[in-house]
Design a protein around this ligand. Structure first.
Ligand code: PEP
Ligand code: MG
Length: 756
């Protein structure tokens, strides 16, 4: 007799289930038959199927072995009992002694007290838990991994029955909260700025599979191989497409993605499942559901991105298997598409018609999401981490995506729509006006020149240097390319990247900041463990000094890339002068190496420090003797000055960058750097807000670095500013005891026609 859980056994069982599924009777009849067959096949006294009902409740829908009167009566909340736990974590459970488990919830109506062991698996579809399938045995029994896998495969078939909408109404499977059609405003994290109006297109790559159980596994294997080949060649075509031929990180991402399409582990796993008797589509779907279930438990952003790539590939492969290689939403797209997804892989985004794509909203997603990086290359606004998004938005719902303020309006009222439509129009006009200032100098009305620079972190940011007419790159955040790679880039790879950045900048200076990783910015291939306060933890230069090889290699790559050109290096998170000295020594060693080897050295090397940690304020004379420039990282400075987490939305607005305390500290910096003759700049987000930038210039800052889109508005402000008057005004109001001087500065701007 074939062993339960062995491939042949599972295959036979699946055939019987297929016959039941294809047979007559109600869905309930079929479910009753299924649990009986599974119980017999798994040599279990009990097999029960629980189905998810509204309100996150699991209802016993069918059982073989428990008391029949419990059916449709026994209900467990998600998280309650072992069954609820399986649903809550979307993971299987196998226990020889279930009753002694702390989560065991006894339900007298079921008569289950006589059963000792229990094995249960989630019924998963498209990442959603639709139910739980359980077997129980009277004697304490150890279920093998193969048996768990066999039950999971059966659950895949069951998922189709539940999803067919015959057991429960289909809309029950699409939970909505409250009245789904009221206008709502949802908040998220801005992953790319901008404003977009359009209609929601739900990225629902889930495809209804026509057949789950195979007629002939050998034939399935052939189909599978054919589909893999056709998918691989279609991906090659996508990579060849002109938009992505010119390199950049988004190209790297797509290439890594393409490599996954040949991943032996992934393909092998699908092959194994086909061998158990599922169709090729069902096997891919099963591996995809397993991936999704794992993903829900993974917080590591790198691993999540990889799993997401695999999910994207799985959808693609299913479409190739079904002979429909076109994207999931090839049907009529509206003219203005705002794509709504739980999360998506980078290539899935490219399946949509780029001419219609206006924005992207994700329930998950982070700044380093592959899809966000590709979306930036397409220059559309992106909002991530919008909780509850997917269940609140219906297809074709009108949406307003406000990427600058991290919000999306779902089914906005007419007035809101009009306000934003007007805002889009005004923005387009202003953008045209800013573009016209591109070649005009950033000089105040009373003749003081201000250097305006951009912050960058990816090669795709570099063209903005030209478009914006900025003087240079005031902050190049080197960590981003490190975070999206599979392994630590070697010196040659780093040098190649930095060389491209410098080439694109031409005559304009680029300030390269050494790696600011650690804490929450994890490098996938190297980690320092979790920390309670990552922002104040082992990060940036602290890691660089404790692991000098990383820093040395980065500096070596920068020196090599500069060869004959000026090199500007900036060290982040310096807290004491000694740290700068040690970092400088590493740089000197590398410079000496180059000279000794008679390799081309940089024409000149300028070394700077970031001012982000308040303790530096009391070390300025010593610090300023050692640096060629100083740049204020106002994002971190504000968080450390006010002990206020910059990533926590509850307190994000609580302490203002234009508070008297912050301005007093910045003023002190201006005075001391002026006295020492050291150039001072500021590269935090405040530099890009025209009113904040006005205050900074009033305090004496002459160099600012900001997001590229801000250069036009800040330049327009500068050109309308009478700096002498502002200085007088500032010295009058600086001692005021208020939490922010923003209101007064705004009043000054209004009274003096400063263009904000
Ligand atoms: C800052 O802290 O202001 C800064 C520019 O660095 P980052 O935002 O990368 O921490
Ligand atoms: Mg910082």
């Amino acid at each position: 007799m074939p062993q339960a859980g062995g491939p042949t056994g599972t295959r036979l069982l699946l055939r019987r289930l297929r016959d039941v599924m294809a047979g007559g009777g109600t869905a309930q009849d079929r479910l009753n038959k299924i649990v009986s067959i599974v119980a017999a096949d798994m040599v279990a006294e009990v097999c029960s199927a629980y189905v998810m009902r509204p309100g996150e409740v699991l209802e016993l829908f069918a059982t073989k072995g428990l008391k029949p009167e419990a059916v449709h009566k026994t209900r467990l909340r998600v998280g309650e009992g072992i069954v609820g736990d399986i649903a809550a974590h979307a993971r299987p459970f196998a226990l020889a002694e279930a009753q002694s488990h702390p989560n065991f919830a006894y339900r007298p109506e079921t008569g289950e007290e006589i059963y000792h062991s229990l094995m249960g698996v989630p019924v998963l579809r498209g990442g959603r838990v639709l139910g739980v399938l359980v077997v129980q045995n009277r004697t304490p029994r150890h279920y093998t991994d193969e048996e768990v896998e066999a039950l999971e495969t059966i659950a895949t078939v069951l998922a189709e029955l539940v999803a067919s909408g015959e057991l429960v109404a289909p809309d029950e499977l699409q939970p909505t909260e409250g009245i789904g059609l009221l206008p709502v405003r949802l908040e998220g994290v801005a992953l790319n700025g901008g404003l977009a109006l359009g209609l929601a297109v739900l990225h629902e790559p889930r495809i209804l599979l026509r057949q789950m159980v195979a007629e002939d596994p050998r034939q399935e294997m052939e189909r599978f191989r054919g589909a893999v080949e056709s998918m691989q060649s279609a991906l090659d075509d996508m990579l060849e497409s002109s938009d992505f031929a010119d390199g950049g990180e988004h190209r790297d991402i797509l290439e890594t993605y393409r490599m996954f399409a040949e991943d032996r582990g992934w393909l092998g796993r699908i092959g194994e499942i086909i061998n158990t008797g599922l169709t090729a589509e069902a096997a891919v779907q099963k591996v995809k559901d397993d991936t999704r279930a794992r993903m829900d438990q993974i917080v590591d952003p790198y691993i999540r991105e990889r799993l997401l790539d695999l999910e994207d590939l799985a959808n693609r492969l299913i479409r190739h298997l079904m002979g429909d290689a076109s994207p999931a939403v090839a049907e009529q797209l509206p003219d203005d598409v705002i794509l709504v997804a739980r999360d998506m892989g980078p290539a899935e985004l490219l399946d949509y018609d780029r001419r219609r794509l206006r924005g992207l909203v994700l329930e998950e997603g982070s700044t380093t999401s592959h899809v966000a990086i590709v979306a930036r290359a397409l220059d559309i606004p992106v909002l991530g981490q919008v909780a509850g998004l997917f269940r609140r938005v219906e297809p074709k719902d009108p949406l307003i995506l406000d990427g600058d303020n991290g919000q999306v309006f779902v089914r906005p009222s007419d007035d809101i729509r009009q306000v934003f439509a007007e805002s889009v129009r005004v923005r387009a006009q202003r953008r045209a006006a800013f573009a016209a200032t591109r070649d005009l100098p950033a000089v105040t009305r009373d003749g003081v020149p201000i250097s305006l620079n951009i912050n960058a972190g990816l090669l795709i940011d570099m063209p903005h240097l030209q478009d914006s007419g900025a003087d240079g790159v005031g902050l190049y955040r080197t960590e981003i390319p490190f975070m999206i790679r599979d392994e630590f880039p070697d010196v040659a790879q780093q040098a190649e990247l930095y060389r491209k950045v410098m080439d694109q900048a031409g005559e304009r200076a680029v300030v390269f900041r050494t790696l600011d990783v650690g804490g929450d910015k994890v490098l996938p291939y190297w980690r320092g463990g979790t920390e309670e306060n990552p922002a104040m933890g082992w990060r940036a230069i602290r890691i660089g000094l404790d692991r000098p090889m990383m820093l040395r290699q980065q500096l070596r790559a920068l020196i090599r890339a500069a060869a004959g050109r000026p090199l500007h290096v900036m060290f982040p998170m310096i807290s004491e002068v000694g740290e700068l000295d040690r970092a400088h020594r590493v740089l000197d060693i590398e410079l000496a190496r180059v000279r000794a080897a008679q390799e081309p050295a940089p024409a000149v090397v300028r070394v700077g420090a970031m001012f982000e940690v308040p303790a530096l304020a009391w070390q300025l004379p010593e610090l300023l003797r050692r640096v060629d420039f100083l740049s204020v990282g106002s994002n971190d400075l504000r968080q450390f000055l006010f002990a206020s987490d910059r990533g926590n939305p509850r307190i994000a607005e609580r302490y203002d960058t234009l508070s008297p305390a912050m301005l007093a500290l910045l003023h002190q910096l201006v005075r001391e750097t002026d006295a020492a003759g050291v150039p001072l700049g500021l590269c935090g987000e405040m530099a890009g807000r025209p009113l904040d930038a006005m205050a900074l210039i009033g305090l004496g800052f002459r160099s600012l670095s900001m997001v590229p889109q801000a250069v036009g508005p800040v330049k327009t402000m500068v050109r309308s500013l009478d700096l002498g008057r502002l200085q007088t005004y500032l010295s009058d109001i600086q001692g005021t005891v208020v939490s922010s001087l923003r209101g007064r500065l705004r009043a000054f701007a209004r009274d003096h026609n400063v263009a904000l």
